[in-house]
Design a protein around this ligand. Structure first.
Ligand SMILES: NC(=O)C1=CN([C@@H]2O[C@H](COP(=O)(O)OP(=O)(O)OC[C@H]3O[C@@H](n4cnc5c(N)ncnc54)[C@H](O)[C@@H]3O)[C@@H](O)[C@H]2O)C=CC1
Ligand SMILES: O=C([O-])CC(=O)C(=O)O
Length: 336
């Protein structure tokens, strides 16, 4: 009897620890819908909260019929709907905002998406200040600093809990390499550092299985401008959604694995980083070891070759401006 109740208690505390509410803000969009589906398929997610300014209850009703154990709820587009979606969330994924059309840069999205992300970050700071915030909305190089400034202004900033999602860049890099080398992309781990737009995306092929590729200008360009390929092909109907949903779901899964005790979980992500602060760059994407507190350890960039050295120089110049723009936006437009 005593033994049985002890076992039951232990089983209960283990499952209580693994209750993971995940919220998606922008859940009815091109990324939000497949991302919500992939999260519903993830057994580590126990509660899925879907929010959008339109259509979240419909997406939630649909996804909720998928026969996995997690519960799914769609929230009304009201301040209380948003607050309830966020309350108790361990992870918040933010793909809310407009995507690019052909001819636009990610920075061209700033004017629309900056205030969307600022306001959603405020809601997160109020309702789930300890959640891991995963920013997908572009321009990531600026929207992540925007979130940081909002959290700072509310006195709840924890740099270990804020992530710009750059997973798609390594997903693409490994796939593109595997196409060239006729290998399985699952075995191609390409480190990509910097930021998430154009020349701020720096693949480090010298550190990969195929160091010869570091002089392949065409491949480097394809990784840096992979997003443009999709924007062009969609011809006005948006940008990457399905591959992005997969990348976002992978990042969320990695955080859940790490928070549930798995050691050595490493993902590339754009975080508040010490790596180049001496050069005035406060956020940088590199390999990050994840843990129960979010960022466990930011790994060094490591040895780069002369080509990559030049790529990094170009990255720094743009990245610095993108970050400063996000910081200045919140200072000049604190919102209500
Ligand atoms: N980090 C990355 O690697 C990638 C980022 N993106 C970015 O993700 C963002 C979303 O892209 P898509 O899903 O294709 O766009 P979409 O237009 O299909 O969906 C965006 C959704 O956000 C919603 N939304 C707008 N304002 C909102 C608010 N204040 N609160 C909640 N929801 C709101 C819209 O109603 C819409 O359902 C874009 O900014 C895009 O550039 C896209 C691909 C890759
Ligand atoms: O290219 C875009 O605008 C969307 C994006 O960030 C990507 O696909 O990497």
């Amino acid at each position: 009897m005593f033994m049985a109740s002890r076992i039951q208690t232990r089983a209960f505390s283990a499952s209580a620890r693994n209750l993971s509410k995940v919220a998606v803000l922008g859940a009815a969009g091109g990324i939000g819908q497949p991302l919500s589906l992939l999260l519903k398929l993830n057994p580590r997610v126990t509660e899925l909260a879907l929010y959008d300014i339109r259509g979240a209850p419909g997406v939630a009703a649909d996804v909720s019929h998928v026969n996995t154990k997690s519960t799914v709820k769609g929230y009304e587009p009201t301040p209380s709907g948003l607050a309830n979606a966020l309350k108790g969330a361990e992870i918040v994924l933010i793909p809310a905002g407009v995507p690019r059309k052909p001819g636009m840069s990610r920075d061209d999205l700033f004017n629309t998406n900056a205030s969307i992300v600022r306001d959603l970050a405020k809601a997160c700071a109020d309702s789930c200040p300890e959640a891991n915030i995963l920013v997908i909305s572009n321009p990531v190089n600026s929207t992540v600093p925007i979130c940081a400034e909002v959290f700072k202004s509310k006195g709840v900033y924890n740099p270990k809990r804020l992530f710009g999602v750059t997973t798609l860049d390594v997903v693409r890099a490994s796939r593109f390499v595997s196409e060239i080398k006729k290998t399985d992309p699952a075995n191609e781990n390409v480190t990509v550092v910097g930021g998430h737009s154009g020349v701020t995306i720096v693949p480090l092929f010298s550190q990969s299985n195929h160091p010869d590729l570091s002089s392949n200008a065409e491949l480097i360009h394809r990784v840096q401008f992979g997003g443009d390929e999709v924007v062009k092909a969609k011809d006005g109907a948006g940008s990457a959604t399905l591959s992005m949903a997969m990348a976002g779901a992978r990042m969320a899964e990695s955080l859940l694995r790490a928070s549930q005790g798995e050691k050595g979980v490493i993902e590339p992500t754009f975080v508040d980083s010490p790596l180049y602060k001496d050069q005035g760059i406060d956020f940088f994407s590199s390999k990050v070891e994840l843990g129960p507190s979010g960022v466990e350890k930011i790994l060094p960039v490591g040895k780069v070759d002369a080509v990559e050295e030049k790529l990094l120089e170009a990255c720094f110049a743009d990245l610095k401006k993108n970050i400063a723009k996000g910081v200045a936006f919140v200072k000049e437009n604190p919102g209500n």
